[in-house]
Design a protein around this ligand. Structure first.
Ligand SMILES: [Zn+2]
Length: 101
């Protein structure tokens, strides 16, 4: 496992800052201090692994719990939905389901 400390002035983080919303003050699990770090989000759905790299999230310095801001989870879910839509377009399936928003 690699751990990278990020500079809060990191331009990538700046890009996400508007999405981050309010900063949590402490870990909800243990009350430890949180630091903004880049993490990789992963989700395994329908036999496929979806990943979003270098996403800013709050990492507890005590217990290691990762708190991903809600707007970023939404971005990640959108990305998965887009990737899935591409897959279904390429691979015709009999019981194709329409996903409505
Ligand atoms: Zn914690």
């Amino acid at each position: 496992m690699t751990e990278k400390k990020v500079n809060p002035q990191d331009p990538d983080l700046e890009k996400y800052r508007s999405l981050l919303g309010e900063e949590p003050e402490a870990c909800e699990a243990c009350g430890g201090a949180l630091a903004l770090e880049k993490v990789n989000l992963e989700d395994y759905q329908g036999g496929k692994l979806y990943m979003m790299e270098a996403v800013p999230a709050y990492v507890c310095q005590e217990c290691g719990e990762v708190w991903v801001p809600e707007p970023l989870m939404e971005e990640f879910e959108k990305m998965i939905a887009t990737a899935k839509a591409k897959d279904t377009a390429n691979v015709p399936t009999k019981n194709k389901k329409e996903r409505k928003k």
